[in-house]
Design a protein around this ligand. Structure first.
Ligand code: KIV
Length: 276
């Protein structure tokens, strides 16, 4: 069954939602076939796919390119695409134009943007234009310089109140769902109880209405230290290394390709003899 924003709304309080990041066709297809509810074309692709130090260099063209590939691999999952840095911060008309391209060219079914009450005019305009919006509060990586690094958010009473107020504002502006990133579990639980739209946690504890992880993190693709909230569900990086090393060994030693990997000529001698 196709996952839509309606599926998300109806899941609240009934069933946990699953979301994973996806950036390409083949991976999206595997996730889709395993019943993941939503595929997030996250701007984390700047780091895990393109090797940038943060998400700030990601362009709208990058997002469209990867989102279109993911959309081709997703038949039942909802495809959500991040609006990259500076694609929605400048003005409402620019936000609409850029989100429109993610929907039309990237074939996204919803967009996600980072930030709270300050961005509600953008959220309202998108929702009025029939573009579903997922909010994103807590650690918002596009604000890494303003936040002074990648840190847990909402730790003081004032910061926690601001997060709750922002969550309510996004709900009121029409967001259909809300990512909470690196927020203390008890605060995420409280926010999840207080709003009617589903919260999707990443480093926000078990009481969110769903969870999201970056797939390279959950499959152990990179050697770099993963944050505390990441659970490794596989050792794909290790398996890939072993396969690459075996391939290199076999090519160097001449054991690959073997007979079974070769095409043959029916009458080899007759064909080869005619060559000059
Ligand atoms: O870009 C991304 O991958 C994200 C998730 C971490 C929620 O925004």
């Amino acid at each position: 069954m196709k996952n839509t924003v309606i599926t998300f709304r109806q899941a609240k309080g009934r069933e946990k939602l699953t979301m994973l990041t996806a950036y390409d066709y083949s991976t999206a297809r595997l996730m889709d076939q395993e019943g993941i509810n939503a595929l997030l074309v996250g701007d984390s692709l700047g780091m895990v796919m393109l090797g940038h130090p943060d998400t700030l260099s990601v362009t709208l063209e990058d997002m469209i390119h990867h989102c279109a590939a993911v959309a081709r691999g997703a038949s039942s999952a909802l495809v959500v695409c991040d609006m990259p840095f500076m694609s929605y911060q400048v003005s409402v008309p620019e936000t609409l134009r850029n989100a429109g391209r993610l929907i039309r060219e990237g074939r996204a079914q919803a967009v996600k943007l980072e930030g709270g009450a300050h961005f509600c005019p953008q959220v309202r305009a998108l929702v009025r234009a029939s573009i579903p919006v997922m909010g994103h509060l807590g650690l918002t990586p596009q604000s890494v310089h303003a936040l002074g690094g990648y840190k847990v958010q909402g730790k003081s009473a004032a910061a926690a109140q601001k997060l709750l107020d922002d969550a309510r504002a996004l709900e009121d502006a029409g967001a259909f769902s809300l990512v909470l990133e690196c927020v203390p579990a008890a605060l995420a639980a409280r926010i999840s109880r207080e709003i009617s739209i589903p919260t999707i946690g990443i480093g926000a504890g078990p009481d969110c209405d769903g969870q999201v992880l970056v797939w390279q993190d959950m499959l152990g693709l990179c050697d770099t230290l993963a944050p505390k909230f990441v659970k490794r569900f596989g050792a794909v990086g290790q398996a890939m290394r072993a396969a690459f090393a075996a391939y290199a060994r076999e090519v160097k030693s001449g054991t690959f390709p073997a007979q079974e990997h070769c095409y043959s000529l029916e009458d080899e001698a007759a064909v080869l003899e005619k060559l000059y």
